[in-house]
Every structure is written in structure tokens, then in C-alpha cells.
Ligand binder design. Structure first.
Ligand code: AMP
Ligand code: MG
Length: 347
């Protein structure tokens, strides 16, 4: 799926935002080593509005062929999940909102089932059926004008995962006319899990998939090493921490990731589905989990949720999280290192 990439990063807004930018993290990059450079195959392709970079080791001449198959498969997934392109299964599904169950593309069906599951699990903090609300805030981002109360109320009525039905027979439905799905907070992670499951690789092949510097999936470790490593960077480009990954996934989400100025205020690209408003707190969430779908969904949910609800959720699912707030204060669950100190964690 294509995402809007235009960004208004001219801060100058409130001091809180500026402070947050200094304290919070901006993103992440995979760390390369001499053994990776010499013994692994690395390539990248644009996909889902960003770049998918794959590093594949241990399969010799097969590495290149594996990468080619990965890029071919992800091109299909991109076309299926996009809600930005002129046409495609997800867009057609949105167009049929209110018209009863539709037989959907098998890939779309699978991601909708996962999305419905995670929407329930997160109590709707992650909600794939907020396409209408996102459209209203996207429009506000372009015009710089706050949406009216009426427009927001209408978009809220046309949003919410309870209106997304995923049925057992390969069909799915959006109950109300005007409803729309948006897979921006699940698509990349789900695609990584799908690629890892479907693409045949010889035994002993290890890889790191990096989707846009925000979703990672690692299998095994690079040659001569015990783990893959992903560096978390602060807004000023300095390194905050290095997170090791081995047969694990990592996802980072930030309320400051892509912001728009609306009505003189900075507005996050992440919406709190409970209020229909962009998240106000400049939170940044890092989640490590066994699969990339869980990591990706939870990192967005933890930008939305308060600490108590997030911790309750982490009691039910197997994942580790670290969340920062504007004061630099943070809570964490699991073994993720304290990211306010540069630290290489032991796996
Ligand atoms: P991420 O940057 O991975 O956290 O994903 C954010 C993207 O997911 C946004 O650009 C929207 O397309 C979509 N989104 C925003 N808020 C939510 C939410 N609460 N639940 C599900 N998707 C969301
Ligand atoms: Mg994400």
C-alpha cells in the first residue's frame, strides 16, 4: 500500500513538541558488518510507499534468486493491499462498503483476518477500519484547516473495526456505506511474515528483512555473529541503542513519524480511534516480538494506548515493548535495553 510521504517537519510549534523532538527517537537502521558485506547478498526495491531491503546469507549463489522471488512476491502484496493506487483488491473492497459480503483476493482475506484479530486484541487501539477518519485528517493536513465537528462525527460513524466482518468462506464485508480499511499499520509486518513463510530457502539460510526502517524480521544470525542488530536513532541522528534480533521481529512507531500542521498545531499521522483525533502525545514505541505482524500492530497500538492498558495487553501477548513520552520518561516490558543510554544488549 502506498503511504503519503509528504511531511511538514517545520516545527516552531509548541515547546513541548520541540522538547519531544530532542528527547525522542526518529527511526532505526540495520547495522552492517564486514562479514555481512563479504558473505551476504543485499538488495532493495521500492514497495508499499517505502523501501524493502533484504540481506540474505548462507545460501551461496541461491541468495540472489531468493531475493528475486521475494521482490516478485512483495510486488503482488503491494498491489493487493494498497489503498492509494488507482485500482486494486483493497480499494475495490472499500468501494463495496455497505453492500454486503464480497469475495476478496486471498491475500487480502488473510490480512483482513489478521487485522480483525489484532483490532480485537488491542481493544481497537489498532483499528484497520479507520480509513474515513484518516481521509479527513489527510485532507486537513493538505488544507491546514481543522475538520468541522460535523465532518469528524460523520467520519467516526463510518469508522470502527466492529463494522469489518471477516467471514469463514473467503468473503468479508464493511457494514456501513462510506467505511474504508487502511492497512498502513499492519501491511508491512504482515508482508514480512508472509515472505518468510512462503519463500523456499535452503536450510541454514539467514536473513534480515528491513521494511522502510520501521519493520524488521530476522532469521538466524549473520555469518560469524550471534545476532542481527538494528540501531535506534534519535531525532538528531545520534545513536540511542542497538537492539539484537535473532528469529525475531522489531517494529518502531512514532507519533512524530509524519506530522502535519493543522489549525496551527502539529498533528500526528496516528489516530486514536477512541476519539477520532490524532495522537497528541509525542510517543515513540519499540516492540520486539516473534512475528512481524504482532510487532508492527503493537507498536502503533502503544503510541495510542496509556501505559496501564498497554501493560495489560502485554500480559496476554508474547512481546517486549519500550515506550517513551515527551518527558523522556518511559515504561518497558521485557528485555529491551534502556534506550536513553547507548547499550548493546546481550541476546
Ligand atoms: P505506523 O507508522 O506503522 O505506526 O502506522 C501508521 C499508519 O497506520 C498511518 O499512516 C495510517 O495509515 C494508519 N493508522 C493511523 N492510526 C492508526 C490506528 N490507530 N490503527 C490502525 N492504523 C492506523
Ligand atoms: Mg508500523
Amino acid at each position: 500500500m502506498k503511504k503519503k510521504t509528504t511531511t511538514d517537519r517545520t516545527l516552531g510549534g509548541t515547546t513541548a513538541w520541540l522538547l519531544a523532538v530532542l528527547l525522542l527517537f526518529a527511526g532505526s537502521v540495520p547495522i552492517a558488518s564486514a562479514s555481512i558485506e563479504n558473505q551476504c547478498f543485499r538488495d532493495a526495491r521500492p514497495s508499499m510507499g517505502t523501501l524493502l531491503q533484504v540481506t540474505i546469507c548462507g545460501a551461496g549463489a541461491e541468495n540472489t534468486r531468493i531475493a528475486r522471488r521475494i521482490f516478485a512476491r512483495v510486488a503482488v502484496l503491494d498491489q493487493v493491499l494498497t489503498t492509494w493506487a488507482a485500482d486494486g483488491p483493497a480499494l475495490r473492497f472499500n468501494a463495496g462498503a455497505g453492500g454486503g459480503p464480497q469475495l476478496v483476493h486471498p491475500d487480502l482475506f488473510a490480512v483482513l483476518r489478521a487485522a480483525r484479530f489484532w483490532a480485537e486484541r488491542t481493544g481497537g487501539a489498532f483499528d484497520p477500519a479507520i480509513g474515513r477518519l484518516l481521509a479527513v485528517w489527510r485532507e486537513a493536513g493538505s488544507s491546514g484547516i481543522e475538520p468541522s465537528r460535523e465532518v469528524l462525527a460523520e467520519a467516526r460513524r463510518q469508522s470502527g473495526y466492529v463494522g469489518l466482518e471477516v467471514l469463514a468462506d473467503g468473503t468479508a464485508a464493511l457494514r456501513k456505506p462510506g467505511m474504508a480499511i487502511d492497512l498502513g499499520a499492519i501491511g508491512k509486518g504482515w508482508a514480512l511474515d508472509t515472505l518468510a513463510r512462503e519463500i523456499d530457502m535452503p536450510l541454514g539460510t539467514s536473513f534480515l528483512f528491513d521494511f522502510g526502517g520501521s519493520s524488521y524480521l530476522a532469521r538466524g544470525a549473520p555469518p560469524d555473529d550471534r545476532t542481527w542488530r538494528v540501531e535506534i536513532r534519535r531525532e538528531d541522528g545520534t545513536s540511542a541503542a542497538v537492539v539484537p534480533l535473532r528469529d525475531q521481529a522489531l517494529s518502531v512507531s512514532g507519533a512524530l513519524g509524519r506530522v502535519n500542521r493543522v489549525g496551527g498545531r502539529m498533528r500526528s499521522h496516528i489516530i486514536d480511534p477512541r476519539t477520532g483525533m490524532p495522537v497528541e502525545k509525542p510517543r515513540f514505541a519499540i516492540v520486539r516480538a516473534d512475528d512481524a505482524t504482532a510487532a508492527e500492530v503493537l507498536s502503533t497500538a502503544f503510541v495510542v494506548l496509556e501505559e496501564t492498558s498497554a501493560r495489560a495487553l502485554l500480559n496476554e501477548v508474547s512481546a517486549e515493548a519500550l515506550v517513551t513520552s515527551e518527558k523522556g520518561a518511559e515504561w518497558r516490558v521485557g528485555a529491551l535495553g534502556r534506550l536513553d543510554r547507548h547499550q548493546v544488549e546481550k541476546p
